[in-house]
Design a protein around this ligand. Sequence first.
Ligand SMILES: [Zn+2]
Length: 210
Amino acid sequence: MIDAIVFLGIQGSGKGTQAKLLEQRTGFQHVNIGDLLREQVSLGTDIGDDVKSTIQKGELAPNEVVFGLIDGSLKADCRGVIFDGFPRTLTQARYLIDHYNLVRVYYLDLKKDEAIQRIHGRRVCSQCGTNYHMLHHPPKKEGICDLCGGKLITRDDDSPKAIQRRVAAFFRKTYTLRSFFQDKGVLKNLPAAKSITEIQNMILEDIKLD
Ligand SMILES: [Zn+2]
C-alpha cells in the first residue's frame, strides 16, 4: 500500500501551505481534492457537470466521485500521498485506512475566533483569481492585484454569516474525524498559530525522513 499523510484543518489554518512544503521535502504527491473537483468543473467533464451545483452549494461531492478522482490523479511512480481536504467524512476516513498505509494525520489546530478572523481578511483578484490576505499577505497597493492590476474582492462565500456557518460546521465534523484518527494512534495536533517554518520543522522532526 502507498504511504499517506493527511492534513486536517480549517480554511486559513495553513494546511495547504504545509502540504506543499512537505511535498517538496518528501517527493510525495500532494492531492488537493478541492482542486481536483474544480478542475473537472472548469474542463466541463461529465463529473464536473454533475458536481458543479453540489460544490456551489458548499455540499460534499459523492464518495465514489471523490475516490475515483483520487485514484485517477495518482502518478504511476507515486511514492506516497499527502492529502489535503480529504477525508471529510467517516466513510472517507475508513476508505483511507483500508486503501493506504496511513502514516500520520496532522491537525492544524486553530481557535474558532482566530479562524473566523483569518477568513475575514481574505481577498481574491476578480481577474486572475490570486489570493490575498489583508494581514498575512496584503497586496502592494490596497485593493489592487500585484500581478494583473485587477480589483480585489471578497468571495461570495466569505460573507460574515456564511463564515460563521462554515466554521461551526467544520468544528462539528472535524471533531468526529479527529476522534477516529486518535483511536487509530495516527493523530498529531499542531498549533496553527505558530509560524509556517516552526510548524514545518515540527512535522519534519515528527516524521523523521531518511
Ligand atoms: Zn490579478
